[in-house]
Design a protein around this ligand. Structure first.
Ligand SMILES: Nc1ncnc2c1ncn2[C@@H]1O[C@H](COP(=O)(O)OP(=O)(O)OP(=O)(O)O)[C@@H](O)[C@H]1O
Ligand SMILES: [Mg+2]
Length: 345
């Protein structure tokens, strides 16, 4: 997946199709779409009822004939046609007309590290369906590193960790390239799932998806106390009776429940560091790890990483949109020529 900066600079728009959110950057305009990768479909007519935030709000609240679908799963486009329809709606008429006027429309997209050829093909086909004549793929790790302003082109090592919804990717970068990297199929979704399962088993409570976030905040304590309140009240539905019920949940126990997915992430970081040449590991001890992706905002995640690795850990300024911003910087030609394509410099 090596692509020259020159090719990227010729692209008109860039897309980051994530399991949770879709972002689109249009050259000369900026980030025009940052919405959930969700569509609501009328199963009787096949028509699209809503996309993005509107469709997301319908999750779990629809009558039988409306289905809320997610065309991207596990970092891969699983329903190409639906992804195209969703993107068309998210872009809107005005933006689509503007892109259609380009004589040879070119697009860029980021693909997860180690994405297999089939997954790469699915992303390309999605954008070809949108009118792109040529599609360039960029490794998400590189796009995110550029997006958060890491000095990737320098010979010193930098470490990036992209904490997405479906996966967590870690890499050590030097001289504009990936030295070692790993992708763990564990992300924000797995953490949410662990919390939901914990409440079901321990309290017999079914939690609406929307209530997971307040519980995460309780874990961090919002800065009130070092480890947050000892317990927090949660509303849900009783597994047995089906009636609404609220329980006081012990936050320490929830913190324990999310350890399992987070430990898988720590193991991955350990593997990447073990495979990394010793000279670069020495650089990393000073510079530490840069966390990007929406799940980097998971309360307490950075602290846990700091304790486990004893390295400095930073969270990017806008971690969620780093990959899209990185693609944008490449399209606008705002990065050092050494990045991605050392030989062409
Ligand atoms: N403030 C927050 N606190 C905790 N988790 C958050 C916060 N904001 C976003 N998330 C989590 O981040 C995830 C979305 O991150 P992101 O937008 O990077 O995912 P994505 O790019 O769609 O996924 P992927 O790259 O894995 O395909 C969701 O699982 C969401 O729950
Ligand atoms: Mg992502």
């Amino acid at each position: 997946m090596t692509v020259s900066l020159e090719q990227l600079r010729r692209c008109h728009f860039a897309v980051d199709l994530g399991a949770a959110r879709t972002r689109v950057y249009v050259k000369g305009t900026g980030l025009v779409v940052d919405q959930p990768s969700t569509a609501a479909v009328n199963t009787r007519t096949g028509g699209l009822i809503a996309v993005g935030e509107f469709a997301e709000k319908m999750t779990g609240r629809t009558p039988d004939y409306i289905k809320v679908v997610r065309p991207v799963a596990g970092g891969t486009v699983v329903d190409i046609e639906m992804a195209q329809r969703m993107l068309r709606h998210l872009l809107g008429d005005k933006m689509r007309r503007m892109l259609r006027r380009k004589p040879r429309l070119r697009a860029a997209a980021c693909a997860p590290h180690d994405a297999d050829p089939l997954a790469q093909r699915a992303t390309i086909e999605t954008l070809v369906g949108l009118g792109a004549r040529r599609v360039e793929l960029v490794d998400t790790l590189i796009a995110a590193a550029v997006g958060c302003g890491l000095p990737v082109e320098r010979p010193e090592a930098t470490m990036i960790m992209v904490c997405g919804a479906a996966a967590t990717q870690v890499a050590v970068l030097s001289l504009g390239s990936i030295v070692t990297a790993d992708r763990m199929p564990v992300g924000g979704e797995a953490v949410d799932h662990a919390i939901v399962q914990h409440l079901r088993h321990e309290h017999g409570l079914i939690l609406p998806t929307r209530s997971v976030r307040p519980l995460q905040l309780a874990l961090s304590g919002n800065g009130l106390t070092p480890h947050g309140p000892a317990s927090t009240e949660i509303h849900g539905r009783d597994v047995a009776t089906g009636l609404a019920r609220s329980v006081r949940v012990d936050t320490a126990a929830v913190r324990g429940a999310i350890q399992t997915p987070l430990t898988a992430v720590l193991d991955g970081i350990g593997r990447v560091l073990r495979d990394c040449p010793p000279d670069l590991v020495a650089d990393l001890a000073d510079r530490g790890i840069m966390m990007v992706g929406g799940s980097a905002l998971l309360p307490g995640f950075d602290q846990m990483l700091r304790q486990a690795t004893r390295m400095p850990v930073h969270i990017a300024e806008r971690p969620d949109i780093c990959a899209a911003q990185g693609l944008g910087a490449m399209l606008e030609g705002r990065i050092e020529p050494l990045v991605l394509d050392p030989l062409a410099a």
